[in-house]
Design a protein around this ligand. Structure first.
Ligand code: AMP
Length: 624
């Protein structure tokens, strides 16, 4: 009897995971197959999903290539570059809002919303549509196998809120995120640089709309981000724009002003410029060609590579300036960089390659497709996380310190900037007022000494603390950053076990430029901040001393002589004055604090006496 081989198709693949590059311009999925990562694309398709969404009058939004086509005829209902809005509030997106064709608003959580055709969408929901499209394409390429586990890449400068927004997008898309990894780390993985025993890598990523450079250290297969720098508004689009500007100047003599400002005309011009730019990467000269029969436009213009490169030179110099800054931040010299990796479609421009090679004095890795390298690296990581055999550990750092606002407005830093993640730290806190049954925690990010100068990440409250004198309850606050950079803060009161926690919500995001400006501000204000911090701490201390003195007088006033009582009253008046109104300077506060300490010494002695007597007679202090 013969056996018939059954080819049972298991639709839900359990042991495989996708790597997804969720890009500003394009997104892409990849997977480990037959010993290497490959891009997943259905037959006859590149697999790239343009990160664009079109909203038709009726029916489902179009995502990807179709959306980009529809943008030509209906730009007012097409969204691009949604990644720029991930994890950000309205106030932080003003610069980007100008290029959005629809109104923006903010929901109750401070998340930006796009208002399209009478409906509101968060960046997370829109990114979910893109992720679903990438996932769909990938599953099609796999012959209908359903893979739900994914590794998604984000820029190294993404903060917790932006990473959380990315996770939320995946959750909305029904995907299970194994890990969020940094794009430069992914690119290095794709080139197998994790196999190096040690070394420093510069990853230069020039995409369609953004540029960043990251310096990574590899040690025994472990990656650490040493520094990152860049410009979130510099990319291939600017190279296109340089050609568009030339064309517009020359066309202004031929066309009516209303045509020159028309959105659809500008979009066609931009596409013609991009096509010409791409041709110039392979040929010494190329034509920019514009045909709009409906407007009677038929125009052609020749660009030589030399002419285009002259227009682009300032843009390339800006990227090299960022490279210089990243090296300085990483405290490395050019000669200490062992590998250079090029990422992003715009690194195909020969002038970019030449300048980067000259800057680093070394040939960059260009063997892999620069548009695919991040997705391929994500696939390597996905493979490893599913138990595959490439030993890789990831180590990234927190770009800014994380802490809590303490009484008086100062910041208690719990996790310091540049801590390697995953990491955790716990600190003890207590109540400030008697019988306080709740504590509000204000989580802040930044290097400044006062909470008001840092960035708010979230607030939460621990209630149900039993009434006790100030300073008695013990509350342990734990900060934990997981391997994806997600921050969880947990507060637990020891006597009752009552606890509360928060995962930092995607309120607002940060660009790398903002991180840098926060660091610069901390540096500039270091001296003033030191004084302000000292003043805030002194004021808190004075508050505690005033209340303790008032309480102490209730117990032991009768045992003090008139002069001591007058000294204490004077010190209390000065102390209470220091607690009201604007924060006095640290020197004044120090004087008030010392005055209080001096004046209350006899009171402390009398109280100690009462305590000793009470102990001897078996009474509790509260009964004295
Ligand atoms: P990315 O976001 O990494 O996919 O990069 C997209 C950018 O790369 C767009 O600005 C493209 O115009 C640009 N690009 C793609 N191919 C080339 C090429 N051969 N030469 C120059 N720029 C290119």
């Amino acid at each position: 009897m013969g056996f018939i081989e059954l080819n049972v198709l298991n639709n839900a693949a359990q042991n495989v995971a996708l790597g997804i590059d969720l890009g500003t311009t394009n997104s892409l999925g990849a997977m480990w197959k037959d010993g290497r990562p490959i891009v997943l694309h259905p037959e006859g398709d590149s697999g790239y999903v343009p990160s664009a969404i079109h909203f038709p009058e009726k029916g489902m939004p179009a995502v990807g290539r179709r959306a980009r086509e529809l943008a030509l005829v209906d730009p007012a209902h097409t969204l691009f570059s949604i990644k720029r809005f991930m994890g950000r509030g309205l106030a932080e997106t003003r610069e980007d809002a100008a290029s959005v064709p629809c109104p923006l608003s903010e929901n109750e959580n401070g998340v930006v919303q796009f208002e399209m055709r009478g409906r509101k969408f968060t960046p997370q929901e829109l990114s979910a549509l893109i992720l679903m499209k990438v996932h769909d394409q990938a599953c099609k390429a796999l012959g209908g196998i359903e893979v739900t586990k994914v590794v998604i890449t984000v820029p190294a400068y993404f903060d917790e809120a932006q990473r959380q927004a990315t996770r939320d997008a995946a959750r909305i898309a029904g995907l299970d995120v194994l890990r969020i990894i940094n794009e430069p780390t992914a690119a290095s993985l794709a080139y197998g640089l994790d196999k190096r025993k040690q070394g420093n890598v510069a990853v230069y990523d020039l995409g369609g709309g953004t540029f960043d450079v990251s310096v990574l250290r590899i040690e025994e297969g472990v990656f650490q981000v040493l520094a990152t720098h860049g410009d979130t508004h510099l990319g291939g689009d600017d190279f296109d724009r340089a050609l568009v500007e030339v064309a517009r100047k020359e066309l202004s003599a031929l066309l009516a002003p209303n045509v020159l400002e028309d959105r659809a005309f500008l979009q066609s011009l931009r596409l013609a410029a991009e096509k010409c730019k791409i041709e110039l990467s392979n040929a010494p000269e190329a034509y920019m060609h514009l045909a709009m029969p409906e407007s009677g436009v038929q125009w052609r213009r020749n660009f030589t590579r030399g002419e285009a490169e002259a227009l682009w030179a300032p843009l390339i110099e800006r990227t090299l300036h960022s490279c210089q800054r990243a090296l300085a931040d990483a405290k490395l010299k050019v000669a200490q960089i062992d590998e250079v990796v090029l990422v992003g479609g715009s690194t195909r421009i020969p002038a970019v390659r030449e300048r980067v090679e000259r800057f680093f004095n070394r040939k960059p890795h260009v063997e892999l497709n620069p548009d695919e390298v991040v997705a391929l690296g994500a696939a390597v990581q996905a493979h490893v996380l599913m138990g595959g055999t490439r030993e890789v550990l990831l180590m990234d750092v927190t770009p800014l310190s994380l802490g809590l606002e303490t009484m008086g407005g100062a910041v208690a830093k719990i996790i310091n900037r540049n801590s390697t993640i995953p990491c955790q730290a716990t600190e003890g806190f207590t109540t400030y007022a008697d019988n306080q049954t709740g504590i509000e925690f204000h989580i802040v990010q930044g290097e400044r000494e006062l909470a008001k100068d840092c960035r708010t990440l979230g607030r939460f409250k621990l209630s149900g603390i039993p009434p006790m004198p100030a300073g008695m309850p013990k509350v342990a606050v734990r900060f934990h950053i997981d391997a994806n950079g997600m921050l969880t803060v947990t507060a637990k009161e020891e006597s009752t076990g009552k606890s509360a926690r928060i995962e930092v919500q995607p309120m607002n995001g940060l660009t790398d430029a903002q991180v840098e400006s926060m660091l610069n501000a901390a540096y500039r204000h270091a001296r003033d901040d030191f004084d302000a911090r000292r003043a805030a701490d002194l004021r808190t201390e004075i508050g505690v001393m005033v209340r303790a003195t008032e309480r102490g007088l209730g117990h032991a006033a009768g045992q003090l002589d008139r002069e001591t009582m007058l000294d204490i009253q004077d010190a209390l008046v000065a102390g209470r004055a220091a607690l009201e109104g604007a924060l006095p300077d640290a020197t004044t506060l120090q004087r008030v604090r010392d005055q209080l300490e001096r004046a209350t010494l006899p009171l402390a002695a009398a109280l100690m006496d009462s305590v000793a007597k009470a102990a001897l007679s078996g009474k509790k202090l509260s009964e004295v």
